[in-house]
Design a protein around this ligand. Structure first.
Ligand code: OAD
Length: 230
């Protein structure tokens, strides 16, 4: 039976595709205060701006492609049962070909009804613009993004995955945003843990093998370690 490999990714895995990380740019997201464009209060204050902001992020996403780190995680599916838990709202894991991707913070290419959160709509590349007056199938919509001050509905399924992991890998996240940052605490005591980040600044209170490299170099290195050992 294949071992279960669970991988938690953050903005750093998409950096080499050309998408900027959050905390490397002074808490600003493409020159906007994160609380202005990614909080429930910010959306209530200025929905027009928030829609415009995500329209721009979608346009940017259509201009970039998955990198060797995203592709390396697809390769690992040959040898492992792989589940990715990502904080990223981009779809680069899916476009690289990963089979099991759980988004903790929502998805850029989706919107949902403002009044019924179970009604989620996929946008297509030729239809990415939304505004406070956009109606889809009778519903006013909002970005399908987990704003600060909102619950993280996929946290519980993520915890269940981490609990089952034989190997748990963290890639390109500052581990500054909870609850995502706490996922490591749910790994079994006997799980092997790897942490790939060129600036691995946080101290993890577990026996962790830190790979201080960029995502593309680090994933290549991880694949070598895992293949050599098995
Ligand atoms: P951060 O910007 O907080 O952290 C990015 C991490 O990536 C840092 O630890 C960097 O050292 C690392 N990094 C930079 N370049 C890298 C590279 N080439 N390869 C690998 N790692 C690299 O991003 P997140 O931890 O993902 O929420 O941020 C968490 C959440 O905060 C986001 O999901 C977002 C934001 O507010 C929402 O959008 C709701």
């Amino acid at each position: 039976m294949k071992k279960r490999l669970v991988i938690s990714t953050g903005a750093g895995i998409s950096a080499e595709s050309g998408l900027s990380t959050f905390r490397d740019s002074d808490g600003l997201w493409e020159n906007h205060d994160v609380m202005e464009v990614a909080s429930a209060d910010g959306f209530a204050r200025n929905p027009e701006l928030v829609h415009r902001f995500y329209n721009a992020r979608r346009r940017q996403l259509l201009d970039v492609v998955p990198n060797a780190a995203h592709r390396g995680l697809v390769d690992l599916e040959k040898d492992f049962e792989v589940n990715i838990i990502t904080q990223n709202v981009d779809d680069l894991h899916e476009r690289a070909g990963s089979t099991n991707v759980l988004h903790l913070h929502g998805e850029l290419m989706k919107v949902r009804s403002v009044s019924d959160e179970s009604k989620v709509f996929q946008l297509s590349a030729d239809n990415i613009e939304t505004s406070p007056s956009t109606i889809i199938e009778g519903h006013k919509v909002r970005p399908h993004i987990v704003f600060f001050q909102e619950a993280v509905p996929n946290f519980e399924p993520a915890v269940n995955l981490v609990r089952q992991a034989d190997i748990f890998v963290i890639i390109g996240t500052s581990l500054a945003v909870y609850p995502a940052a706490g996922l490591l605490n749910y790994a079994r005591p006997d799980a092997e843990i790897y942490y790939i980040d060129p600036r691995p600044t946080v101290t993890l209170y577990r026996d962790v093998e830190t790979i201080a490299m960029t995502a593309t170099e680090g994933v290549k290195h991880l694949i070598e370690i895992l293949r050599k050992r098995d």
